[in-house]
Design a binder for this molecule. Structure first.
Ligand SMILES: NC(=O)C1=CN([C@@H]2O[C@H](COP(=O)(O)OP(=O)(O)OC[C@H]3O[C@@H](n4cnc5c(N)ncnc54)[C@H](OP(=O)(O)O)[C@@H]3O)[C@@H](O)[C@H]2O)C=CC1
Ligand SMILES: CC(C)CCC[C@@H](C)[C@H]1CC[C@H]2C3=C(CC[C@]12C)[C@@]1(C)CCC(=O)C[C@@H]1CC3
Length: 346
């Protein structure tokens, strides 16, 4: 059945709809004829076609009005990984997700699609073409990821066909695109302050970077294929660009595309890792006196210096997923979208 026919008359709620991914979700859902509610802790854009509900997702009562009459809820809210706030991650990603599940059931929502993360299986060592069958990380790289695991388990185990409630999880990796507040802005900030001189390791490690529209496409396909008896029920799916790329080649392309020099000196992976670990220890000791956010954390060094790319064969097989924007096109569109970060040529 054509996508526009399947989506006719569908009403959905995007929890976290004011965020980077959330806003792109809203735009595509509206294009596909969905009626869209946004539930978020803040309102970051205006759109007459969207009904906004402001509140904290940890509060079930606040969620309920946003879910009335809705058939699909997309849950893509999370505190930013860089907030580095253990209590907040636990409260929002774990306890809050329990509230989301409860509220969906109470409001009679039939489908819940969670935005998880491919990092739920990453322990800081190489993953090449990893499938969804990899076990959850026993030692997740940070507390954000630890709570993404708890969150994913909570949502997948809530799948309950007997009560007409179906759940699935999308695991994207390294989302980028216009309006992303993390990847490009952090990279350019690091370049501006002269910190992007070194390639961690030999620079050959392949990683997935996934264009935001492909991530959105995966979510919408998931919602449309999630139904009684489908292979999606209670399962997680990698959504990638299906074009793993050397981490440092990708970074260099963004840097040169915005007129910054690419890194050219190599530093051994373990040296970078232990330097970052030592730095975080020093900053932790100083934290009662001063708060400094380091650019190079052990987590970022692990992400920058290892292979971690994932197979999206399961999504292709079970929901007909195929990236809609190639990596080349995605990088060009992203570079175009950040004129304010472009360095004036000398
Ligand atoms: N960006 C990436 O590379 C990847 C992201 N993900 C996942 O994708 C999802 C979306 O990420 P992204 O769009 O980058 O994140 P954003 O921070 O841009 O968006 C998340 C939104 O959720 C809101 N939010 C946070 N806490 C609450 C709360 N308690 N109640 C209601 N709303 C809340 C945020 O508000 P505020 O800004 O005020 O906190 C923000 O508007 C997240 O679940 C993330 O874990 C997964 C893999 C990779
Ligand atoms: C300073 C440089 C070494 C790195 C600059 C880019 C990084 C900020 C990004 C490279 C990989 C990204 C990534 C995430 C955040 C931004 C990066 C670290 C996530 C941690 C976002 C949340 C997830 O669920 C997993 C992502 C993995 C990749």
């Amino acid at each position: 059945m054509a996508t526009h026919l399947r989506s006719a008359g569908k009403k959905c709620t995007v929890i976290g709809g004011s965020g980077f991914l959330g806003q792109h979700m809203v735009e595509q859902l509206l294009k596909k004829g969905y009626t869209v509610n946004v539930f978020d802790i803040q309102k970051r854009f205006d759109n007459d076609r969207v009904q906004f509900f402001l509140g904290d997702l940890c509060d079930k009562e606040a969620l309920l009005p946003a879910l009335q009459g809705v058939s699909v809820a997309f849950h893509c809210a999370s505190p930013a990984p860089s907030s580095d706030n253990r209590e907040l991650f636990y409260k929002v990603n774990f306890m809050g997700t329990k509230a989301v599940v409860e509220a969906c059931k109470e409001a009679g929502v039939q489908k819940l699609v969670l935005t998880s993360s491919a990092s739920v299986v990453f322990e800081g060592t190489d993953i090449k073409n990893g499938s969804e069958d990899l076990p959850y990380a026993k030692k997740p790289i940070d507390y954000y990821t630890e709570t993404k695991i708890l969150q994913e388990k909570e949502v997948l185990s809530a799948n309950d066909p007997g009560n007409n409630f179906f759940t699935t999880a999308i695991r994207p990796h390294g989302i980028f695109g216009p309006r992303d507040p993390q990847l490009v802005p952090i990279l350019i900030q690091a370049a501006k302050s002269g910190k992007m001189k070194f390639i961690i390791g030999d620079g050959k490690n392949l990683v997935d970077f996934t264009y935001v529209e492909n991530v959105v496409h995966g979510h919408i396909l998931a919602a449309e294929n999630l139904q009684k008896g489908s292979a999606l029920c209670g399962k997680a799916f990698h959504i990638t660009n299906d074009e793993p790329v050397p981490f440092w080649a990708f970074m260099s392309r963004i840097l040169t595309g915005l007129n910054y020099d690419p890194p050219k000196y190599h530093i051994p992976y373990w040296l970078a890792y232990y330097l970052a670990l030592f730095l975080s220890l020093v900053l932790w000791l100083l934290s009662p006196l001063v708060t400094i956010k380091p650019t190079f954390t052990p987590m970022r060094v692990a992400l920058a210096g290892t292979f971690h790319y994932y197979s999206c064969e399961r999504a292709k097989r079970d929901m007909g997923y195929k990236p809609v924007v190639s990596l080349d096109e995605a990088i060009d569109r992203t570079l175009q979208s950040y004129p304010h970060l472009r360095r004036a040529k000398a």
